[in-house]
Design a protein around this ligand. Structure first.
Ligand code: ADP
Length: 448
């Protein structure tokens, strides 16, 4: 096992990794940018090293600086968290070539799955259903129009290198396809330095259901059941839960099996997530693999009782999975609310600044993953996630009641957050009945 690990991330996930390391008796080194200097969570690490100025490209995304910090701190492994360099195969390769283990999948599998179009091909080979779409990348407009007509409108233009809901455009006819194509290309070029796009059938009002996977370096792969992540704004998740409500057991099993098949075909190990869309007839389609730990991983931790971050570290150290598929059970109902420093009443505009009062909820069945305390300053430079509020209860109605109670206890002043919107969601009849899809938020809170 490792004696010392560096966490190449910030905020709540850095703290999550710090805690997992300490639970395992491992020393942990944090890195920080000037924007995060003095943040209270850094004091919980055994050492903290400044890696540069606030812009992520000069700090959390800067490979030479992170590798230098790792060398100076003399660590044996790097945990990348989510976002930043977590899905960068080049970074994984550099870490390993410096004899520092990258706590994540092998770089080859990351490359294969990192490009959505390549992942689609692999899924088809593994007999995993994909959304009907173009066989490869789109070269020109005329070809796109021909293809869109063959697939049937509406279609979704997607960036092969996409992530975070960017580089995606719905087209309902030839005209919007032509304009959308240009816009999606430009957006993808800007965001990912790769403007290649492909087409998929746009599934109307689908559910987003994903499967948590763990694989070790000895060829064992298991799933840890599903998470329902349909509540999204601008294709980004706001509420996640497990089990998915109103999902027939046979469909759930088929999706979980498909995820295991795909991950095995990719030669994958460590933690990962296979994302699927499920249509109104409960047909499911693979959309992408997230080759890292995800924001919503604690939902799965609560229902399975398995600490995913600790498992990631053990797997990276070469240990075999300590359980078989049959030993993993899904117990009770867990729900997560993402608390973002955003104003839901103003189109989710980021709301950085100083938190003048932070009074978190607690009590039975409540888990709060956060790095925030009263007086903390939310920097404007990064993702707006400030906390993940989770509940775990024997049944979904009890989980909803517990979340309502927790949300009512939660007091945050000084910044705007998504808490008021969550309070409304948890009162909404359709949500309570588990009738959700990815358009739920925009249909019910059109001004949000
Ligand atoms: P990203 O990597 O940018 O998060 P994903 O491929 O994971 O993109 O898709 C994010 C969300 O976009 C999905 O959860 C879903 O809401 C929507 N989406 C993606 N593909 C489709 C599709 N073919 N039809 C309808 N909605 C889609």
């Amino acid at each position: 096992m490792f004696q010392r690990i560096l966490v190449a991330n910030r905020g709540e996930i850095a703290l999550r990794v710090i805690r997992a390391c300490h639970d395992l008796g491992i020393e942990v080194v944090a890195v920080f940018s000037e924007a995060d200097r003095g943040a209270p969570y850094l004091a919980l690490a055994d050492e903290a090293i400044c890696i540069g100025p606030p812009p992520a490209t000069d700090s959390y995304l800067n490979i030479p600086r992170i590798i230098s910090a790792a060398e100076i701190a003399n660590v044996q492994a790097i945990h990348p968290g989510y976002g930043f360099l977590s899905e960068n195969a080049h970074f994984a390769e550099i870490c390993r070539s410096c004899n520092i283990e990258f706590i994540g999948p092998p770089q080859d599998a990351m490359r294969r799955l990192g490009n959505k179009n390549e992942a689609r091909k692999l899924a088809q080979q593994a007999k995993v259903p994909v959304v009907p779409g173009s066989e490869g990348l789109i070269d020109n407009e005329a070809e796109a129009v021909r293809l869109a007509q063959a697939i049937g409108y509406p279609v979704l233009i997607k960036a092969a290198a996409g992530g975070g809901g960017r580089g995606m455009r719905v087209a309902r006819n030839d005209i919007s396809l032509r304009t959308g194509l240009q816009a999606a290309r430009q957006e993808a070029e800007k965001a990912f330095k790769d403007g290649s796009v492909y087409l998929e059938k746009y599934i109307e009002q689908p559910r987003h259901i994903e499967v948590q996977i763990l694989g070790d370096r000895h060829g064992n792969v298991v799933h840890l059941f599903e998470r329902e992540c349909s509540l999204q704004r601008r294709h980004q998740k706001l509420v996640e839960e497990s089990p998915a409500p109103n999902l027939p057991a046979d469909v759930r099993d088929a999706i979980c099996q498909a995820a295991v098949r795909l991950v095995k075909a990719a030669g994958y190990y460590n933690a990962g997530t296979c994302e699927f869309l499920v249509d109104a007839e409960n047909r499911f389609y693979f959309i992408e693999v997230n080759a890292r730990i995800q924001v919503e991983h604690p939902v799965t931790e609560l229902v399975t009782g398995i600490d995913l971050v600790r498992q990631q570290i053990r797997i990276a150290a070469g240990e075999p999975l300590p359980f078989s598929q049959e030993q993993i059970t899904q117990r009770g109902s867990a729900i997560e609310c993402r608390i973002n420093a955003e104003d839901p009443a103003a189109d989710f505009r980021p709301s950085p600044g100083t938190v003048t009062r932070w009074q978190p909820p607690g009590g039975p069945g409540v888990r709060l993953d956060t790095h925030v305390v009263t007086g903390y300053r939310v920097p404007p430079n990064y993702d707006s996630l400030v906390a993940k509020l989770l509940v775990h209860q024997p049944t979904r109605p009890e989980a909803i009641a517990c979340m309502r109670r927790a949300l009512s206890e939660f007091i945050v002043e000084g910044i705007k957050t998504t808490i008021p919107l969550h309070r409304e969601i948890f009162k909404h009849t359709a949500f309570i009945e588990g009738r959700v899809d990815t358009t739920f938020i925009e249909r019910n809170w059109p001004r949000s």
